[in-house]
Write a protein that binds this ligand. Sequence first.
Ligand code: AMP
Ligand code: MG
Length: 482
Amino acid sequence: MSAAQSTTVLRDSQFARDLPEMALPWQAAVAPEPRLLALNEALAADLGLDPAWLRSPAGLRLLVGADVPEGVTPVAQAYSGHQFGGYTPRLGDGRALLLGEVGSRDLHLKGSGRTPFARGGDGLAAVGPMLREYVVSESMAALGIPTTRALAVVATGAQVQRDTALPGAVLARVASSHLRVGSFQYAAATGDLDLVRRLADHAIARHYPAAAEAEQPYLALFDAVVTAQASLVARWMLVGFIHGVMNTDNMTISGETIDYGPCAFLDAYDPATVYSSIDHAGRYAYANQPIVAQWNLARFAETLLPLIAEDQDRAVEIAVASLGTFTTAYDAAWVAGTKAKLGLAADVDDATVTSLAQDLLAQLAQSRVDYTSFFRHLGTAARGDAEPARGLFLDLARFDAWLARWRDLAPDADAMDRANPIYIPRNHLVEEALAAATTGDLGPVERLLEAVGSPFEERLELRLYAEKAPDDFGPYQTFCGT
Ligand code: AMP
Ligand code: MG
């Protein structure tokens, strides 16, 4: 593919055309000395972008927003949001730009300089947090969980001032869109119902075209988002993922995971786990995620009420009924995923699975068992050797009773290996890899990506990547990276 072909696959965004009130034309800041740190060659190829071209100086200029094709106007998107429960009317892309679309996907930059939405921020991002988003989002994609994808991280050559001076970077990512609950909150807050309607129509056309055919398209949109979010959060819970900052501006309409900040995977199983240093009240603790998702969807519903019914009380009644389906959809997704993790056939009774899982999770919490490796050990138990799993529990009699109940249901060990990852971005590995990358050694990030990129496929040379954190790793804390 020639350079010209590579750039012309980027087109002006449909978002900016449909919703100019919410798209502010803006340019990326100059990156003095762009240097490629990570490139997702497989994703680039999927998008019709030539990896070799992306590595060239012209490719790097695209990846930092310095050079976009004729007729393409990058924009900063406006949105609002409830942050930790408090409403902020004007958030928006303070340090990000929607460059345009490749195929049906948004190409978006993060760390590309201040925009009019930057408020007090510097508009920049450091190498560590951008590579962190790259690693964790690619891990989620490999686990089959809906997510934005990382295309590249480019060091800018500029310094970013945080607690210390850090090397700056721009992340290029793709998403099926960047529509957030907060986008609807922004539109609704303008008081312009036509804007909300256009935004909803845009969302339907992009993500839920079947809703356009429904008797009540805007209610059908809401129903579809409720289902997508319920299934998404169930998937997070099943792999032990904690998003960390589930503000309404960080929840997508598409049902993709977005905005990887202080996120992390559970080590020892504890439903109250909070890793984010700023989440003092534990609002976004592991176990709260389904409740928070539902709370966020209620904020989404509020923005759609005038489109759902003319009479407000009637609209509320309809929306509340739809929101009520979250629990059913979430439970169904969670039980189906739990069956898979336990190697049980789909026709095993749901109530049996739920009671089995509740007993197991209580025991994992009681013995502070490493969540991810436990399920692989349980696979070994399904093959006949229960000792590795038994060794993890303090109350052996209780676990043995559980094993007997589980064995009676004839678990399938091979199916368990396809449902339970060996490799996740373990907190100690992520920290080690990002620290090395910040001082210029990308080897550990590359090896970690190799591990989490095929999470179910055991490789003996990656044995260390499957092990839980060493005891001296201590309590883990994550930071927003802003
Ligand atoms: P986040 O916590 O990354 O979801 O960001 C929340 C809001 O703060 C969004 O409006 C971001 O654009 C904005 N923001 C975060 N970091 C910065 C920064 N360094 N400069 C400008 N805006 C930022
Ligand atoms: Mg955000």
